[in-house]
Design a protein around this ligand. Structure first.
Ligand SMILES: [Zn+2]
Length: 70
């Protein structure tokens, strides 16, 4: 088994989430780690998933992720 790593430069933590960009809908979907690698998706660790913000004008949808406390 090869562990999936966070795709952020210099991070190297184990990936826990997958961020996928849906260009047609200008939507970014953050969900549980995807099984298959996709050219439009990025694996992220817990910390970087929490910090992820969508590009200007895009929606970010979180799937199956705990709510962040304010
Ligand atoms: Zn990371």
């Amino acid at each position: 088994m090869n562990a999936r790593r966070c795709s952020r430069v210099g991070c190297g933590q184990e990936a826990a989430w997958t961020l996928t960009y849906v260009y047609a809908d200008q939507m970014a979907v953050l969900g549980p780690l995807a099984h298959a690698a996709d050219p439009h998706s990025y694996d992220l660790c817990e910390r970087h998933a929490d910090r992820t913000a969508p590009p200007q004008g895009w929606l970010l949808t979180r799937v199956g992720m705990r709510q962040l406390s304010a």
